[in-house]
Design a protein around this ligand. Structure first.
Ligand SMILES: Nc1ncnc2c1ncn2[C@@H]1O[C@H](COP(=O)(O)OP(=O)(O)O)[C@@H](O)[C@H]1O
Ligand SMILES: [Mg+2]
Length: 158
């Protein structure tokens, strides 16, 4: 697990782009953090990094949206979900089997039901535009590429 401080929207976008570079497909990225923390901003960066040109909008009402880039990106928002059955009803298993990348906002609601190994990104708002971003992998090996691409810039963005 390591921590990165983001000082601006641009830095959070850049972090997303960095993570995208290390993705091979089949990864699940679980995003945790209160409303307005910056989860959707991170996913926007991720999409950019995957070469997706479309505008990413929060899928709060539709629960999931899929975008085609270098890899498929399934952007899921569990904010309005109440039970695990709902998780089945959005077809999460189908997404998992498809070889795309899955980014899940409000993942903490169903963390126990998510299949490891997922990358867990926790965003904590600080003052103004500051965000403390913690990155933890459930299974280090599967995430080695992503970890390595991030580690060297742990102390800042350039
Ligand atoms: N460092 C930062 N990283 C991400 N978002 C930031 C940052 N500083 C300010 N913001 C603002 O915080 C809000 C984050 O919104 P959003 O990504 O939709 O949150 P969430 O999806 O976690 O509810 C946006 O209005 C964004 O402009
Ligand atoms: Mg959001």
């Amino acid at each position: 697990m390591f921590e990165i401080q983001s000082n601006s929207i641009e830095e959070t976008l850049q972090l997303g782009r960095r993570v995208a570079e290390g993705l091979k497909g089949g990864e699940v990225i679980a995003l945790t953090g209160e409303l307005g923390a910056g989860k959707t901003v991170f996913v926007k960066g991720l999409a950019k990094g995957l070469g997706i040109e479309e505008t990413i909008t929060s899928p709060t009402f539709v629960l999931a949206r899929t975008y085609q880039g270098r890899l498929l990106l399934h952007h899921i928002d569990l904010y309005r979900l109440e039970t695990c059955n709902d998780l089945d009803s959005i077809g999460i298993d189908d997404y998992l089997g498809g070889g795309g990348v899955i980014a899940i906002e409000w993942a903490e609601k169903f963390m126990g039901d998510l299949p490891p190994p997922f990358l867990h990104i926790i965003i904590e708002p600080g003052e103004d535009e500051r965000r403390l971003i913690q990155i933890a992998a459930a299974d280090g090996a599967a995430w080695e590429g992503v970890y390595n691409s991030l580690r060297w810039r742990q102390n800042g963005f350039s």
